[in-house]
Design a protein. Structure first.
Lengths: 166, 293
């Protein structure tokens, strides 16, 4: 194996996969073009819009600024991996639909992933915490209010579930 | 027109497992090599062909460079992720100016990727961690594998994207010394949208007793070719009784001593005018914190 090509192993949306990648191959292109998971969007390509957000080992990172070879061994979740294996939607996805948090849809995959990450690390965030967490994901349609509302609604749902299980 | 979807430059990728391997690779490839940790500056740099390299050495997974230790202040490994630093300093009240600076860097994705050493070694005049570290009089440790040296952070930056770090050296550690009692600190920056690069930033650390300012450290970003300390302003604050009027007057001096440029983010005039207000605001926040502690 030369230093220009590398065999990497990833778990993408629960599926283990082995790939041969070039040194300069970006994670976003491996995900979109090699694995056909086009939910991950190419927006600016320079780390400004966060449309390319994916979860690497549970944490949101930018696919357009990540070398595929550098995430060898990682678990990756893209927008396609948020729903359950049987296809039923995650509560955050339902909430985006229910709160008109989607217009053109281009920012939605990234938004869903940062929202999911937020709710997992802090199940009852305040509105300020929500806006702080999603501030890097640019949306040019919704004005963000629908998105914030959707995340909030998941918060209260989680709260209700927690209360009912007590 | 640059195609930002792909990386056109071709390079060999190296992933050393420890520092010995890092220095071996640096010795072997010399100036043909480039270090990468978080990649949030290096990858855009490669895309825009601002930088080129034949050998990319990824030091992100070198565990010897990832730590935060409490040791007469704090020692932070150079490739410690910004998110880990943010979490660690969240409840360290004496270092709140540093915490605020780290927290304000870009967005969650960048905090997850970027490293403190990377933020400093990129040596952007607008690097948000730099003004805060200047006020805490931090030091950085540079090593070439055989010898290491400590450099005060105010001597580290020499120009836009330039530092005293030699080609065979890497930054291994950032040292934040302990702070005195009665100290308060704060950091604020001006941006167009929340996750932007700073138009102008300011960090202040004050040492207060009742209404007297014993000493203050004042630093700014994006107002010169490097992040800078404003020594002239600091001298005017020594042993002064603090009120609204003195801060307004010193604010005017702040506007005069900085040397900002006009670029895509702001004009020189805007930066000079805002600097006076930003100084006053940040000082007052730091001042209040020093009073509470």
């Amino acid at each position: 194996m030369d230093k220009n090509n590398h065999i990497i192993q990833l778990i993408v949306n629960r599926e283990p996969t082995t790939l041969l990648v070039a040194s300069n191959e970006l994670l976003i292109n491996v995900i979109r073009d090699r694995l056909g998971l086009t939910g991950t969007k190419y927006g600016c390509g320079t780390g400004q819009c966060a449309a390319c957000t994916v979860l690497v080992n549970g944490q949101p990172v930018l696919g357009c600024l990540t070398l595929a070879v550098s995430v060898d061994g990682a678990e990756i979740v893209t927008a396609e991996g948020v729903a359950a294996p049987d296809g039923s939607l995650d509560p955050i996805q339902d909430a985006f639909i229910g709160n008109a948090a989607i217009q053109c849809g281009f920012c939605t995959p990234g938004m869903i992933l940062v929202s999911k990450n937020l709710l997992e690390s802090s199940p009852t965030p305040s509105e300020d915490e929500i806006r702080e967490h999603i501030k890097g994901n640019l949306c040019r349609c919704t004005g963000y209010n629908g998105i914030v509302k959707a995340i909030k609604s998941c918060t209260s749902e989680k709260k209700r579930t927690e209360l009912s299980t007590l | 027109m640059v195609n930002t979807k792909i990386l056109t430059s071709d390079f060999n990728y190296h992933k050393p497992n420890n520092l010995t391997e890092v220095f071996k690779l640096i010795t072997e490839y010399g100036t043909g090599a480039r270090l990468i940790a978080g990649g949030t500056d290096v990858i855009p740099g490669l895309k825009y062909e601002r930088i080129s390299t034949k050998h990319l050495i990824n030091i992100a997974d070198v565990q010897e460079l990832r730590y935060i230790k409490e040791d007469q202040g704090f020692r932070i490994g150079a490739t410690t992720k910004l998110i880990d630093i943010k979490k660690f300093f969240a409840d360290k009240k004496e270092y709140s100016g540093f915490y605020e600076a780290i927290s304000s860097i870009a967005k969650i994705q960048i905090l997850n990727m970027g490293t403190l050493g990377g933020n400093l070694c990129t040596a952007s005049p607008a690097a948000d961690s730099a003004p805060a570290l200047l006020t805490f009089e931090a030091k950085v440790v540079l090593s070439n594998g055989k010898n290491q040296r400590e450099v005060a952070i105010n001597n580290f930056f020499t120009g836009v994207q330039q530092t005293v770090k030699k080609d065979d050296e890497i930054m291994t550690e950032i040292i934040i010394p302990p702070v005195a009692d009665q100290v308060g600190s704060s950091f604020r920056r001006m941006v167009r949208v929340a996750a932007d690069i700073s138009k102008i930033s300011c960090a202040i650390l004050v040492n207060r007793s009742k209404n007297i300012c014993h000493s203050a450290k004042v630093a700014m970003g994006a107002v010169a070719t490097t992040p800078i300390r404003l020594y002239q302003v600091e001298e005017m604050l020594i042993n002064q009784s603090i009120d609204e009027k003195i801060l307004t007057n010193i604010g005017k001096v702040v506007s005069e001593v900085i040397q900002p440029i006009t670029d895509i983010r702001s004009t020189e005039n805007y930066r000079k005018q805002v600097a006076a207000v930003l100084f006053k605001d940040v000082f007052q926040i730091a001042w209040q914190k020093a009073g509470v502690q």
